[in-house]
Design a protein around this ligand. Structure first.
Ligand code: NAP
Length: 310
């Protein structure tokens, strides 16, 4: 069941075969989808369908359960099934990279694609997670990401890597990547520093130990949680108590469930803080604008997401 208590309709990869007959016969026909495994929980269909309706388009966005083995063929079938594109979620964001005909420079550096666009029968990949986070920071705190010293907890993971790359592309005055083990952060930092378009001279590395985090937190303006800690109700905070102050901004990318332990800590310290709802919204709005070549109706999409959680 989804957040509305309904059993969502989930199509399968085999429905994309035969020129997508199943999707063409829907009313309205499906021309966009989210690929994932599992995918029934995805909040993307209501958000994207609201945006399609706002554009006055008689098409819909559906959930398709695609396994890892099915991904290459399912992506190729998007073109023959008449799709405009697709969103990719776990476990496909990294795996799609070598299958697509073209991948944006940013997505390649982020090591992942969350948006596929069909252009003249070819598959083009983008990543809107990094730019979506950037738009969310500006909206929530009224400060451009590029002006902030940022500490990214889990910064070498999937979403964390996209955020770290976004910070480097925007030229943030300080970037610290904190991972349980620093090897992953080390490899990512080396890759970023040799890439084109990067506007920073260095990326600092930290572990998630109390001692390492003490100085990392003291020397940053914005803390972003990109670990899965907070997705389960009884998860601890990724930060030890007593490090946050009222000068910190805290962005927890977790958007499911109630208030996370990190957000509770932030409120106690009087730090300005928010959950990952706005990143989800803005990465979706940017996907919609890529597919249609003009800005999305963000407020309509926001309302659809808010209605889901209320
Ligand atoms: P992921 O690829 O598995 O990366 C998770 C990162 O967190 C890794 O760097 C991992 O580091 C670290 N980690 C995992 N478990 C941990 C633990 N118990 N303690 C400390 N660090 C831990 O996951 P993901 O797909 O990027 O998702 C990460 C978070 O981002 C989730 O909370 C998800 O909800 C959120 N997210 C939000 C949005 C949005 O739109 N708001 C979009 C995407 C993702 P090591 O194993 O290397 O230590």
């Amino acid at each position: 069941m989804n957040a509305c208590g309904e059993t969502p309709i989930v199509f399968t990869a085999s429905d994309l075969a035969d020129g997508g007959k199943v999707f063409r016969e829907l009313d309205p026909p499906a021309r966009l989808a989210v690929f994932g495994d599992p995918v029934a929980h995805s909040a993307s269909p209501p958000m994207h369908n609201a945006a399609l309706k706002a554009r006055g388009l008689e098409i819909q966005y559906v959930r398709i359960r695609v396994t890892s083995e099915e991904l290459p063929q399912a992506l190729r079938n998007l073109t023959t099934a008449g799709f405009l594109g697709a969103s990719l979620t776990i476990p496909h964001k990294q795996a799609a990279l070598p299958i697509l005909n073209e991948v944006s420079l940013e997505s390649r550096l982020m090591g992942a694609v969350n948006t596929v666009q069909v252009v003249d029968g070819k598959l083009r990949g983008h990543n809107t997670d990094g730019p979506g986070l950037s738009a969310a920071i500006r909206e929530e705190f009224g400060i451009p990401l590029k002006e902030l010293r940022v500490l990214i907890l889990g910064g070498a993971g999937g979403a964390g890597r996209a955020i770290t790359v976004q910070c480097a592309l925007e030229g943030c005055p300080g970037i610290t990547v904190a991972n349980r083990k620093t090897e992953k952060g080390d490899a990512l930092a080396s890759e970023i520093m040799t890439a084109r378009g990067v506007k920073v001279d260095s990326i600092a590395l930290s572990t998630l130990s109390s001692e390492a985090l003490q100085s990392a937190v003291a020397n940053c303006d914005l803390i972003i949680n990109a670990t899965p800690l907070g997705m389960k109700a009884d998860d601890p905070s990724p930060l030890p108590d007593g490090l946050l102050t009222a000068k910190h901004l805290v962005y927890d990318t977790v958007y499911s469930g109630g208030e996370t332990a990190l957000l509770k800590q932030s409120k106690m310290a009087r730090s300005r803080c928010t959950n990952g709802f706005s990143m989800l919204l803005h990465q979706g709005a940017l996907q919609n604008s890529l597919w249609f070549g003009e800005p999305a109706q963000v407020e309509t999409m926001r309302k659809a997401l808010t209605d889901l959680s209320s």
